[in-house]
Design a protein. Sequence first.
Length: 399
Amino acid sequence: MTEVFTGNFTQQEPIPDAAIEAAVRVMRSGRLHRYNVAEGEPGEVALLEQEFARAMGVKYCLAVASGGYALGCALRALGVGPGDKVLTNAFTLAPVPGAIASVGAVPVFVGVTEDLVIDLDDLAAKADQADVLMLSHMRGHLADMDRLMEICDAHGIRVVEDCAHTMGARWRGRLSGTDGVIGCYSTQTYKHLNSGEGGFLVSNDPQAMARAIMLSGSYMLYDRHLAGPDPEVFEGIRYNTPNVSGRMDHLRAAILRPQLRDLATQCERWNDRYRAVEDGLRDTPGLTVVERPAEEYYVGSSIQFLLLDWAPARVQEVLRRCAARGVELKWFGGAEPTGFTSRYDSWRYAPSQPMPATDRVLAGLIDMRLPLTFSLDDCRLIARIIRAEVGAVFQAETV
Ligand SMILES: *Cc1c(COP(=O)(O)O)cnc(C)c1O
């Protein structure tokens, strides 16, 4: 009997009841705008910021409209402007080069290794080209953050971390997003907290955070932020920081606060699923499992594997055969971007040089989401299907 998987790769869990009730309370109040609060009421957004800052062990937090907004806001807060160069990952998602383009800056792409992290030798080689690195922990893979920070500190490079896939992850115990000057997160439906759209910036730098708060559209109401710098810090910037509105509202904040309390548990549940698939894929001929370093605590909300040096037609055949059995895989190496896949050379507004080592990795890179609606049995079944289909195509003389 040929096994088929019938689950849905884009189906997340329902919003928890406590979050639904909190959302209904906000709607009943009619006060959805973050600065629309009753006398003595801090408001859901300010409380969420305080709780997220505490959870990440940082001083300051700002909740915003999306992860992509957080990235653009971080660059503006650091003074990145038109024509400036920003180092960033060649392997990332479109909102990252998009955030760089949104301030008129130009990305300098840094390659990806077979471990799916930023190539630190390539970073060191390009370190004199820019003074900001927008580091994308793409698909949750953390580079050696000690060496990365050494390189950046030695060259005076300020690091903005894109933690869209690493909320709750750690490098040698340090939470992702806290090594750089600003950490950015997304609370979009496919990330680790779900408010449909949404995001955060965190920082310990009062100047950067004060600017981010002004930028997000705080008018002169910044003293209502519970996780912002002291009002004095705003004195020097309040008249010359533009308002680029991108605030979060109370409704989304109400949905997020109960979810944040469960983050650690959810991370463990993702990792159980990740390991079930990983175990099932290990030692499949032709397939390379991405080994995770011992220093990394990851959050396995998606899994990647490599079909290194496979002909494109064979990769496509694996995708086709897996899809026919209900397993939805994404191929980052495809010539045309489809859905959420993309290669650095498909962002044609951003100049890029060919990167052969990176192209080789992307050409073999397969990606799969692991929503928490999948059971561990589902994960084992998915792994059996991938293993069988990769094996069949690998052994075939031709496809
Ligand atoms: C989702 C995502 C973002 C941006 O998040 P949005 O909230 O969708 O704007 C940034 N970087 C990566 C790697 C992402 O996956």
